[in-house]
Design a protein around this ligand. Structure first.
Ligand SMILES: Nc1ncnc2c1ncn2[C@@H]1O[C@H](COP(=O)(O)OP(=O)(O)O)[C@@H](O)[C@H]1O
Ligand SMILES: [Mg+2]
Length: 485
């Protein structure tokens, strides 16, 4: 999860050319940084980061600072950490010709920090040559993508960096002054080209990100033609759904009508993906949904790379998975997109790189997608994020309270307080094979038509009418419920 900070200014010395743009709390901890050259009007996005060794004193201090940020304490400790990191970067760039270096620095390169104690840290750059070697030129991509018409080309140097939103995403300004999104991955290039193909194949839909406006090229050493290092997307200014569900004042003002609108729009996007687009979407979660200026849903991130375990049904996960230790299993898993081998060269695979989905039938894919849709519906109604799962919590931890006073066990799936009962049933029907249901029992009815395992309620012939979770049945169930209101 990313954090954006208010403190982002370097000190006033002329050599102070670095800015901290935000943090990624996912491991390994990353601090997004960008350079500013004195006297230069604009620089393109380079997607540079400082990667911190989790065991180091500075990483631990940062983790503590994040914890404080969740509490009402005033001193987050950020000031001290960011000042130290900026001093290290400034010291480093004083010793190099930064202008020349940036021209040849591979995209997504990182800085590594060595030294255990904060007082004896050193920094150096680790160039991301791995990534660069896997770039394709425009003619090669054209050849691989066959009949697909590519968007117009633009040079990386013509983009002006504005801010970093995520590992692979920056807000930029185009030469005509328009704000737009630059997506340039820093890890697995093959997934970026795959996403590009999916977007170019996608017939337009109001709740799906429109086809890329430009392909971004960069001259890379050793390549005859410029490489395609990313693409430009329309910028949607409403932030991500994850942000909307995390932002407390906003969350508390969410109207039922808005929630229903969002859910309908998500399902409409899925009907389109499985209908006219003849594809699938394996990555549904609130950070892959953005809101436009009308507060409407826009689905982004078509890499088809999969999601963490809490968004996927148990059958997609490795057998004998220890339900109490999600992180070690998931982080080492070959299907975790973050840890996919970087060595993959793009090969235009028909169904993407994520085997669980690629090898599944359309019906199986829909069941897996319904699982994630059901969880997102839960998130929207309950105003939660599913960032934390019940299997992460011991009973004791579950009793702890969050900043807003809620006990942790009341913030995780499948605790219900705001979801309408009929839709609770649908959420259960789509996720009933999850371990998270445990021994939960339905408290809203004493009639016998309840599931023997989860205790959730069958309603008015619902399950007979809807033989199993698929996008169409989900749509029917939702519209049926809306019509009854
Ligand atoms: N078109 C867009 N407009 C506004 N924000 C966007 C857009 N695309 C992505 N983002 C932001 O960037 C984040 C990451 O984008 P995503 O495409 O999911 O990248 P990744 O593949 O690295 O996960 C999203 O959660 C959202 O906050
Ligand atoms: Mg994403």
């Amino acid at each position: 999860m990313e954090r954006h900070i208010r403190h982002s200014k370097t000190d006033a010395r002329p050599s102070s050319v670095w800015t901290i743009n935000g943090f990624s709390e996912d491991l390994p901890l990353r601090v997004f940084v960008s350079p500013t050259l004195p006297g230069m009007v604009k620089l393109p996005p380079y997607h540079l980061s400082i990667i911190l060794d989790e065991e180091s004193e500075i990483a631990q201090a940062l983790i503590r600072a994040f914890d404080y940020m969740h509490s009402s304490e005033k001193d987050f400790g950020f000031e001290c950490i960011t000042t130290k990191l900026l001093a290290l970067l400034n010291q480093w760039s004083d010793s190099v010709d930064l202008t020349k270096l940036l021209e040849v620095t591979p995209f997504g390169s990182s800085f590594r920090v060595s030294g255990q104690s904060i007082t004896e840290l050193q920094i150096w750059m680790s160039p991301n040559f791995q990534l660069e070697r896997r770039y394709l030129s425009v003619p090669r991509l054209e050849c691989l993508l066959g009949s697909l018409e590519l968007p117009p080309l633009i040079d990386l140097d013509q983009l002006e960096f504005v801010s970093r939103l995520h590992d692979s995403i920056s807000l930029i300004k185009l030469p005509d002054g328009q704000h737009a999104i630059f997506k340039g991955v820093v890890r697995v290039v093959a997934r970026m080209y795959h996403e590009l193909r999916e977007l170019l194949n996608m017939p337009p839909h109001p709740n799906i990100i429109a086809r890329p406006m430009f392909l971004v090229m960069r001259k890379v050493r050793g390549m005859e033609h410029p490489a395609v290092c990313g693409f430009i997307l329309q910028f949607h200014a409403g932030g991500s759904l994850l942000h909307a569900l995390t932002n407390i004042p906003y969350r508390h003002e969410l109207q039922l009508a808005t929630k229903i609108k969002w859910i309908r729009q998500i399902i409409s996007a899925f009907l389109h993906i499985h209908g006219p687009a003849n594809g699938y979407y394996s990555d549904l979660r609130p950070d892959n949904i953005v809101l436009n200026s009308d507060n409407d849903i826009i689905l982004v991130d078509f890499e088809q790379g999969g999601s963490p375990k809490r968004w996927l049904p148990p059958e997609t996960q490795p057998l004998h998975c220890d339900v109490n230790s999600e992180l070690p299993q998931w982080s080492l898993s070959a299907v975790n997109p973050a840890y996919m081998p970087n060595s993959i060269h793009y090969s235009n695979p028909p169904f993407g790189y994520w085997k669980r989905f690629a090898n599944a039938s359309n019906r199986q894919r829909e069941e897996m997608e319904c699982y994630a849709i059901a969880k997102v519906i839960w998130c929207i109604f309950e105003e939660q994020t599913n960032q934390l799962s019940s299997w992460d919590l011991t009973d004791e931890e579950g009793r702890l309270r969050r900043n807003d006073g809620l006990q942790l066990k009341h913030t995780v799936f499948p605790y219900f307080s705001k979801t309408p009962p009929t839709l609770r049933h649908w959420i259960w029907a789509c996720t009933k094979h999850s371990w998270e249901w445990g021994n939960e029992r339905c408290r809203c009815t004493s009639i016998p038509e309840i599931c023997g395992v989860s205790g959730a309620r069958y309603h008015g012939g619902g399950m007979d009418a809807h033989p199993g979770p698929c996008i169409r049945n989900m749509h029917l169930a939702l519209e049926g419920w809306i019509a009854d209101q």
